[in-house]
Design a protein around this ligand. Structure first.
Ligand code: GLV
Ligand code: MN
Ligand code: MN
Length: 411
C-alpha cells in the first residue's frame, strides 16, 4: 500500500468493535461498562494487550487515563493524539466512545503493516470516566488533564453507593504513576458517532465538528415535610415530589425557550423516604442543561434559579441546587478542522460542519492543544441507548478520515 491509497482494515476495525462490545454486553445488545468497574478493568486490559501487541508503549496517569505511543522519527516532537473513552452509560451502545479509541488502535496496526513511520509520534488515548454516569461530572480525567478540574475534587467524587473515584480507580489497578497533564501533544483528534440526527438527515458521512455546547451539571434537593398520606389534608402538605414536578416542568419550559439549541434534563430523581403511605418529604435529583452560546447558558442559569425559588415559595419547600460543574462552549481549532475537511475531500466523502450537542474529552483537550473532532452518523440519531447503531462503512470512513488527518498533522 502506498501513502496515496493507504486505508484502514474495515473488517478488522469492525471485529474489534464487536469483540469489545461483549465486555459489559447486555441482553438487549447494548453495553453497560460504567467507569472503574470490573467491566472497565477488563476492557482496559484488552486495550493494553492490543496496544502492546501493536508495539505501542503504554503509560497510565494517576487519573487512570491511558496513553499508548507509536514512536515517530523525531521523538523530540510532541505526539498527535487520537482518543476518546472506553466507559459507557448504564444502557449504552457499542460505539459511543470506544469507536474513537479502536480507530486509533486500527490506525497504528495499519501503519505497522504498511511500514510507515511518521515524523511526530502518534498516541492513542483512553480518557477515564468520560460519561459521568457513575462519577459526576463527566470528562473528569480530561478535565483534570487540562487543569480546569481539581484533582483532589475528582478523586473524592462519590458514586451512588458512596464509593470514591480514587478508591475505585485503585481497586481496578489503574491508578497510574504518571503525573496528570505531563504528557502534552501537538494536536488531538477524536472520532465519535454524532449521537444526533443531523448527518443522517443530510446524507453526509463525515461531520467536521467546529464547536461544542457548553453545559452545567448540578445536584439538587427539594425539602418539604414527610407526613401521613391518609390523614394530612391536601392544603397542609409540603410534598417534595409534587413541588419537584413543577420544577422539572419549569426546566423543560426554560430549555424550550432557549431552543432550538438549548436542552435541559433531569436524569435521576429519587423520592424519600420512598414509602407509599408517607408523603415524600425530600427529593434528590440531578440536573443538567446545555447551550452552544455562553450568554444563553448564563440566561438558562438565571431562569432555572428563579424558577426554583418561585416553586419553593409557592409550595412551602426549599430547593437547593448545588452546581458541580460548568464547562463553557468550545470552538475547535480551525487548522485541525481544515485537516479533517481536507482528509474527507481526498477520500471523496460527503461532509459538512456540525456543532456537538454531546460533551467530549476533546472539549478539555482543546484548551491545551489544537483539537478537532470527526463525527460519523448513527442510526436515527439514537445514542445513550442500547439500540445505538452505526454502519461498518461509516465507522471505516471516519477512521480513514482520522488516519489521513493524523498523518497530515504528524508529517
Ligand atoms: C457525554 O456522553 C455527555 O455528553 O454527557
Ligand atoms: Mn462519548
Ligand atoms: Mn456518552
Amino acid at each position: 500500500m502506498t501513502r496515496a491509497n493507504l486505508s484502514i482494515n474495515s473488517d478488522r476495525l469492525w471485529a474489534t468493535i464487536l469483540e469489545t462490545a461483549e465486555i459489559g454486553g447486555t441482553p438487549k445488545g447494548g453495553v453497560c461498562r460504567l467507569a472503574l468497574t470490573e467491566e472497565d478493568r477488563r476492557v482496559r486490559d484488552w486495550f493494553a494487550a492490543a496496544c502492546r501487541e501493536a508495539g505501542l508503549e503504554l503509560a497510565v496517569d494517576s487519573m487512570g487515563s491511558m496513553f499508548a505511543t507509536r514512536p515517530g522519527r523525531d521523538m523530540t516532537k510532541a505526539p498527535v493524539a487520537i482518543g476518546s473513552h472506553l466507559d459507557t452509560q448504564p444502557t449504552g451502545g457499542k460505539f459511543d466512545g470506544i469507536l474513537g479509541v479502536l480507530a486509533g488502535l486500527e490506525i497504528a496496526r495499519t501503519l505497522n503493516e504498511a511500514d510507515i513511520e511518521t515524523d511526530a509520534p502518534l498516541m492513542v488515548v483512553n480518557w477515564t470516566n468520560e460519561e459521568g454516569a457513575r462519577f459526576a461530572p463527566g470528562m473528569i480525567a480530561s478535565g483534570v488533564y487540562s487543569g480546569e478540574v481539581d484533582m483532589a475534587f475528582a478523586l473524592g467524587r462519590p458514586d451512588r453507593d458512596g464509593v470514591r473515584f480514587g478508591d475505585a480507580l485503585e481497586a481496578i489497578g489503574y491508578r497510574g504513576t504518571e503525573p496528570v497533564g505531563e504528557r502534552r501533544f501537538s494536536a488531538m483528534l477524536e472520532l465519535h458517532i454524532e449521537q444526533g440526527p443531523i448527518l443522517e438527515a443530510d446524507g453526509k458521512t463525515i461531520g467536521i465538528v467546529t464547536a461544542g455546547k457548553g453545559s452545567v451539571w448540578a445536584d439538587g434537593r427539594v425539602l418539604g415535610k414527610d407526613s401521613h398520606a391518609g390523614s394530612t389534608p391536601m392544603p397542609m402538605r409540603r410534598d417534595a415530589l409534587t413541588a419537584f414536578s413543577e420544577f422539572a416542568l419549569a426546566v423543560e419550559r426554560i430549555a424550550r425557550e432557549h431552543g432550538p439549541d438549548g436542552v435541559g434534563t433531569i436524569g435521576v430523581a429519587e423520592a424519600l423516604p420512598a414509602s407509599r403511605n408517607t408523603i415524600p418529604g425530600e427529593m434528590r435529583f440531578t440536573l443538567e442543561y446545555r447551550h452552544p452560546e455562553r450568554a444563553m447558558l448564563d440566561s438558562m442559569d438565571r431562569a432555572i434559579a428563579s424558577a426554583a425559588s418561585a416553586v419553593a415559595s409557592a409550595r412551602g419547600v426549599s430547593i437547593g441546587i448545588d452546581r458541580i460543574w460548568r464547562k463553557d462552549p468550545v470552538s475547535f481549532d480551525p487548522r485541525i478542522c481544515r485537516a479533517v475537511e481536507a482528509a474527507a475531500a481526498e477520500l471523496g466523502l460527503p461532509a459538512r460542519t456540525i456543532t456537538s450537542g454531546a460533551g467530549h474529552d476533546a472539549f478539555f483537550a482543546a484548551t491545551v492543544a489544537p483539537t478537532a473532532m470527526i463525527f460519523v452518523p448513527c442510526k436515527d440519531g439514537v445514542s445513550h441507548n442500547e439500540e445505538e447503531s452505526a454502519t461498518q462503512a461509516d465507522c471505516a470512513a471516519g477512521a480513514n478520515v482520522l488516519l489521513r488527518a493524523a498523518l497530515a498533522l504528524a508529517g
